[in-house]
Write a protein that binds this ligand. Structure first.
Ligand code: C5P
Length: 400
């Protein structure tokens, strides 16, 4: 997503400037070309050399420099794919809202037609001040995207709203803005993720080894291609992605209810979750005591979500298989009456449950079979969405 993108990262004079090093580092590692512009105040908090070392590119601090192509620097930087100001102080926000261009960063923003994203960071009183709020509203109405701030401990020692958003959320928002008008623009996609938990007693449950990584990768990839995403997630240790509706559930029944609500108006349902097939018949109110004899739990079937939830949307299921991958997946596609099935081989630990990568075969109703090598789950997600986008395009042609 970020590979080959040109990103201007504006740093202003906030103590949170040191956290922007992580943003610059992650963007650079993702393959983006990051040009940092620092205001004079920012250089009091952190040295330009830090950003220069991290991004491998010169850092601009001076209004009156020429780029390597002998262009006026703010004009050449203004053509970036996105300008991100992180952290943005109340002062920079006020200048931008009033169209003042007396430093290199504001001049670049004013000279640019690129999308602008800002991540404010400041004292809670400054943030809540109606002047700052008015300025932010003006920037929002002009199409700026605002990420954060979040609540928490501030540099003053007080707690409140004003903390710099975390790097993951800032980068997630950058991806979302860059993906506006993507091939899934305007589509609503419901994705399920993680392993459901079926309670036995107040402290025990039956679950599985799903990490949720495949579902989260699908949700993020769909968001970054312009879709409106609802992520229905069982408990996972993953950071909740920004820019989508998140519905937290625990059990298969709760997932069924949440998916039913979310799919009342959707274009696509992707069931990446590992849903328990059985749950204890009763959840005990008291913790089960250890006895000298064994223990038998009575179990019942959970609803098969893919089968029971019907509607005019594309259904994608997963089939984690340890043998006869294609044959079993084909059968599942027919039994569950779905449009695509993603079969993954779970016989080796480098793919499937918990792994960062997946080796999948995608099969559709016409028995078209696509085999993919071991790929990072984010790349697998894009392969699946490529097929979903084709199905959506075919469906809308048929409806014409
Ligand atoms: O468990 P099974 O291999 O049949 O799962 C295949 C697909 O069905 C997966 O996409 C899974 O999310 C979905 N599923 C479901 N409801 C269940 C069990 C599985 O929707 N109760």
């Amino acid at each position: 997503m970020l590979k080959g993108k040109t990103i201007v990262l504006g740093i202003t004079g906030s103590i949170a400037a040191y956290k922007a090093v992580d943003v610059a580092s992650q963007l650079t590692q993702s393959g983006a070309k990051v040009d940092v512009i620092m205001t004079e105040a920012a250089t009091k908090f952190i040295a330009p050399l830090t950003f220069q070392t991290i991004t491998g590119r010169p850092v601009v601090t001076n209004m009156f420099t020429l780029s390597s192509e002998s262009e006026v620097e703010h004009i050449s930087l203004a053509t970036a794919d996105i300008i991100t100001i992180a952290p943005a102080t109340a002062n920079t926000i006020a200048k931008l809202a009033s169209g003042i261009a007396d430093d290199m960063l504001c001049a670049t923003v004013l000279a640019s037609k690129s999308p602008i994203l800002i991540a404010p960071a400041m004292n809670v009183n400054m943030f809540e001040n109606s002047i700052t709020q008015d300025n932010l509203s003006r920037l929002k109405s002009r199409g700026f995207t605002i990420v954060g701030p979040v609540s928490g401990r501030l540099a003053s020692g007080k707690k409140g709203l004003g903390r710099f958003a975390n790097a993951t959320d800032i980068i997630g928002s950058i991806c979302q803005v860059l993906g506006d008008n993507g091939d899934l623009d305007g589509k609503h996609i419901v994705v399920t993720a993680g392993g459901t938990q079926e309670p036995i007693d107040p402290v025990r449950c039956i679950t599985n080894r799903s990490s949720g990584k495949m579902g989260y990768a699908l949700a993020e990839a769909a968001r970054d291609r312009g879709a409106m995403v609802t992520l229905v997630t069982a408990p996972t240790s993953l950071t909740k992605p920004i820019g989508m509706e998140i519905v937290n559930i625990c059990t298969a029944r709760e997932m069924y209810q949440a998916v039913r609500v979310a799919t009342s108006q959707t274009d696509v349902l992707i069931m990446a979750a590992a849903v328990a097939d059985y749950c204890p018949l009763r959840e005990l109110d008291e913790k089960i005591k250890r006895e000298s004899t064994g223990l038998t739990l009575e179990m019942e079937r959970t609803p098969d979500i893919l089968v029971s939830i019907k509607g005019d949307f594309i259904k994608v299921g997963f089939a984690a298989e340890s043998n006869n991958l294609v044959e079993n997946a084909r059968q599942k596609l027919q039994q569950k009456d779905i449009d695509l099935i993603v079969a993954n081989d779970i016989t080796s630990s480098d793919s499937g449950f918990c792994a960062d990568d997946n080796r999948v075969t995608i099969i559709d109703r016409e028995d078209r079979i696509d085999n993919f090598p071991l790929l990072p789950k984010r790349e697998v997600a894009d392969k699946i969405l490529d097929r979903v986008a084709i199905l959506l395009a075919t469906k809308s042609k048929q409806q014409l």
